[in-house]
Design a protein around this ligand. Sequence first.
Ligand code: OSB
Ligand code: MG
Length: 376
Amino acid sequence: MTGMTDIGTIDKAELFIVKLPLVSPFVTSYGSVSHRESLLLKLTSGKLSGWGECAAFRDPDYYHETIDTSLHIAAGYLIPRLLKASGITPSTMSGLFTGIRGHHMPKAMIENAVFDLAARMAGVPLFKLLGGRGKRIRSGISLGIPPDIDTLLDQIRSAVKKKYHRVKVKIKKGWDLNIVSAIRSDFPYLNLVVDANGDYTVDDIPVMQMLDKFDLKMIEQPLAAGDLLGHSKVQEKIDTPLGLDESINGIHDAANAVFLKSGRIICIKQGRVGGLSKSLELMDFCLKNDLKVCCGGMLETGIGRAFNIHLQSVDGFELPGDISETSRYFEEDIVMEPVVLDQDGYINLPGGNGSGTQVDEEKVERFMVFRKILKR
Ligand code: OSB
Ligand code: MG
């Protein structure tokens, strides 16, 4: 595999920040966003290029890494090392980053772009390098907190019509039992999960016990990211599986969660855990330890969305995750082909080599708010 994926050296690294309007603001327990600002990377070697997208947001509200911290680390530390390296392959990335602690999101962006480039050079679709079989993936939609319950019920109705395999609704204190019971009376059999983004504490165990009566497939991140002990106290009291999202930065956190019995599902967001290779290692660890995994999303443009799709196509990601149609978030995207659901609600892998997406560079220019070029 290593021989097949050797891309030699990188001639040029271009960083971009684009700012795309969302079709409607995305509201969670921690705040609201009306645009997706994304840090992008284009790596060029000879005649071929690979792209990556950083999962970080503008603000440190969902997670402590931001676009600016990622840009700082990528341009100041990681990319200079990459430009000096030779014999580059996706699997040499973690060695290349040795000694630079944390900052999973820019590391993942670079690793993704190297994977894309390596697969394009080898003339294979990305899933082959990940050990996948290229099967279509199950879809999931994540619905933010709307102005009123009727709006949410309408959104769920359209999601069900499209055949989404799973609906996730954001909850927060005081916007929980009321909406879940309203949803359940209209959609008793819906594959429904809720995500609190850490809005509760162990004092809210009574609320969790009431939510437990609604056949939710998962309660995602009810407590703060660092509170694995608290999650274990909640999990002990309810049957609904807890899902850990923000809490999990890698295998060490998952091992702590296993020991403490903090939950039963790990939401793997490849940006947050440091890339595709780290995600696959984490998935193996979880499955060996009786944790299920689902593939999370970060409101990615078509670039990052494609990597998530390839990742979820690997055997092991049996639960539907966060991957939705492009039109769920964007009227205009920066890639040529939008992600759409098929008639059964599945998402097909993009065709072609690498991530399979073709970046619309005119659109990148149009939505660009920052650019930096680094050369070998
Ligand atoms: O907690 O899963 C989350 C989006 C941004 C930040 C955090 C989360 C989310 C989502 C949506 O739930 C995921 C997606 O549709 O890409
Ligand atoms: Mg979440």
